[in-house]
Ligand binder design. Structure first.
Ligand SMILES: NC(=O)c1ccc[n+]([C@@H]2O[C@H](COP(=O)([O-])OP(=O)(O)OC[C@H]3O[C@@H](n4cnc5c(N)ncnc54)[C@H](O)[C@@H]3O)[C@@H](O)[C@H]2O)c1
Ligand SMILES: [Zn+2]
Ligand SMILES: [Zn+2]
Length: 374
């Protein structure tokens, strides 16, 4: 069949993207689903900074690639051997397919699935196949999803079936921003009720972490960003204090507010400066978690002696250390129960044709989670 998708051919594009137009909307050929795969019709796809990092080359991926990884969809057709999904089922997409058999999968850490990571690095589905073509040329899949497209073929292991009563546009956020941000708080850091938290970087991921910290019962939550508009959003969501990262005294002010620093600081900006600030805002004995994905050449200089003499913990968090089939239903349940108001993270809704303009908005650092709606 044919589908329209946003395809990236070069990874060195400069803003403004509305002019450089790194994403071309093209009609591609989509093969039928193979064994263990499903054909889906996209409902909505969020614009995440990880997509932007592929466009700018900060996150190197093979091109040509059909971009997009945070989405909700409806099952259209199931491939051989898929018996637990039916046409019409609503699903959220997860950006690491998990094989279920490798060591991380057996340890209950499917976010680290080895065949899943290998397929994502190569731009294939979990099966190793590429189901998208432009003429005779194969097009790479982005993180097994390629969500900026009307239809996609994905591994069954990239899908989590979701409740029919959640709005399909809101559901898209659960596959990346919410799974990553809330999971960093609940799974990676295991934030305890009554503790203090700082969140640095208030995009879809950081604002989700903020909501996660509120749900976890943190006593004080300090939100930090470069943009005052983001600080206002964070206050409205329930941050107890805000700090502009450009303030030269930001670290000292956070320490003063929390008598020596927060129990947990979350770097959700993808920048070494934010990581350094997060570490220094963390109290002695505290935990600094990072979910940011800066350029692989960017290194954070850690003062080793402080790690030891102050018994600090530094943790990386990929997709919120999730078990997707366990966590997405949990977070959707919290949302439907009014305890995780993810709908307040939604920015603009736009058609696929406006996607380059959408990345200009994300690049400005001022947008909330914008979505392509199909
Ligand atoms: N670990 C994972 O599984 C995972 C999943 C999704 C996204 N990510 C990464 O998480 C990061 C955030 O993603 P997003 O989509 O929310 O991004 P976003 O662009 O929507 O938000 C980033 C925010 O960080 C702010 N910021 C930039 N520099 C800062 C600084 N020095 N101090 C404080 N704030 C600063 C920006 O103003 C912006 O508000 C990116 O690096 C992205 O690639 C990781
Ligand atoms: Zn993402
Ligand atoms: Zn695995």
């Amino acid at each position: 069949m044919k589908t329209r998708a946003a395809v990236l051919y070069h990874t060195d594009s400069q803003a403004p993207f509305a002019e450089s137009r790194p994403l071309k909307i093209e009609e591609l050929t989509l093969d039928p689903p193979g064994p263990g795969e499903v054909l889906i019709r996209m409902r909505a796809a969020g614009l995440c900074h990880s997509d932007l990092s592929v466009i700018t080359g900060a996150r190197p991926r093979p091109v040509p690639m059909a971009l997009g990884h945070e989405a909700s969809a409806v099952v259209v057709e199931t491939g051989e051997g898929v018996h637990d999904l039916r046409p019409g089922d609503p699903v959220a997409l997860v950006f690491v397919p998990s094989c279920g058999h490798c060591l991380p999968c057996m340890e209950g850490r499917p976010a680290l699935c080895e065949p899943g990571a290998e397929a994502n690095g190569k731009g294939t589905l979990l099966s190793g196949a590429r189901r998208l073509h432009h003429g005779k040329a194969a097009i790479n899949h982005h993180l097994g999803v390629s969500a900026f497209a009307e239809h996609a073929v994905v591994s069954r292991r990239s899908c989590v079936k979701i409740e029919a009563d959640i709005d399909p546009v809101e559901a898209a956020l659960f596959g990346c921003a919410v799974l990553t941000g809330v999971g960093a708080v609940i799974n990676t850091a295991r934030v305890q009720a009554g503790t203090t938290v700082a969140v640095l970087g208030l995009g879809g991921v950081g604002l989700s972490a903020l909501l996660g910290a509120i749900a976890a019962g943190a006593r004080e939550i300090i939100a930090v960003d470069l943009h005052d508009s983001k600080l206002e959003t964070a206050s409205a969501l329930g941050a107890t204090a805000t700090m502009n990262a450009r303030d030269p005294d930001a670290i000292e002010k956070v320490k003063a507010l929390t008598r020596g620093g927060v129990d947990y600081a979350f770097e959700m900006a993808g920048s070494v400066q934010a990581m350094e600030a997060a570490y220094r805002m963390t109290r002695r004995g505290g935990t600094t978690v990072t979910a940011g994905l800066p350029h692989p050449d960017h290194k954070w200089p850690l003062q080793q002696v402080s790690l030891v003499a102050e018994e600090r913990t530094v943790k990386g968090s990929y997709i919120g250390s999730c078990v997707p089939g366990r966590d997405i239903p949990r977070y959707i349940g919290l949302y439907l129960g009014g305890k995780l108001p993810v709908n307040k993270l939604m920015g603009q809704r736009m058609p696929l044709a406006e996607i380059n303009r959408g990345f200009d908005r994300l690049d400005s650092g001022e947008s909330l989670r914008d979505l392509i709606v199909f």
